[in-house]
Design a protein around this ligand. Sequence first.
Ligand code: PMP
Length: 354
Amino acid sequence: MKKHNFSAGPCILPPEVLLKASQAVVDFDNSGLSLIEISHRSKPFVDVMEKARALALELLGLEGKGYKALFLQGGASTQFLAVAYNLLENKAGYLNTGTWSNKALQEAKLFGDVQEVASSKDANFNYIPKGFEISSDLDYFHCTSNNTIFGTQLKSFPKCDIPMVCDMSSDIFSRELDFYRFDLIYAGAQKNMGPAGTTLVVVKEDILGKVSRQIPSMMDYKKHIGSGSMFNTPPVFPVYVSMLTLEWLKNLGGIKAIEEINNKKASLIYSEIDLNPLFKGFASKADRSTMNATFTLENDNLKETFETMLKEAGINGLNGHRSVGGYRASMYNALSLDSVKVLVEVMSELESKA
Ligand code: PMP
């Protein structure tokens, strides 16, 4: 039985993407060769890379606007330092909304001064700070659009007259935003895009080349742009699967279409959390993530029953992160509304049993 996969990442991917990807591993486009045994410099793979890069820009509405898309390696965690390597000359501002933004901030400190513009650490990151000022003498401002662990999400982005950098690892391609407001976006593939192993970087070219330091080639966005995201052997399989997922999203109607579904999934689970006295939401209501719903079970005695019911319903990956505890329902693009309905049914059945 196929499971209802609420895993936080790596996570669910569209079934047709998995099927096409598995076929390509055996025989890529009837070539008699596997996708993972051909040269990355061969035309068939260069076409894959170019298509993936073009689709990323197209879906974000950033084609022809001075941006380049790259598929790099080292996870989003490598971008924590790559961003600072390429952009931090004197001082940068970071919004601290949880584990990942804090890690990004700590890495940047190795390259220059870092100002914590605002933080929600005082309440274990259960909300998004608001009303803070961003000084125009900073080199850039960095934020995390969706906090995977705590289940909070920036619903609006601050006014900013310096370059804005955003880690969109856990909500890229899930909702419409004015992506043109961002100068650099990065996202690990393993949530809304593909398998772990590649990270999408979308960068406005004119913010680059302004720091005085020497940048090692593998960290240098300009070098990656100059070599068509092929400075070294790219992660061919993750890039191919990302391309397939982006195609799937485009055929579905793009970000606008998936956002509607994502909103339905989120309102279904949050209304159950709010109505069912057995559960309590973790994140502040105004800042609740449409991707990761975090909640706790109020009565510990029901834990075992609930978990057995989840198992019987084929629900996978609902355990919360250790820093929050409780449960986390990750509802990335490929998770169906039906899977959320199954979870909500289990939650309400628990109430009737209690
Ligand atoms: N940023 C966010 C928002 C994340 O959720 C994660 C990981 N889940 C990371 C960064 C780190 O990504 P990676 O493991 O690809 O380095």
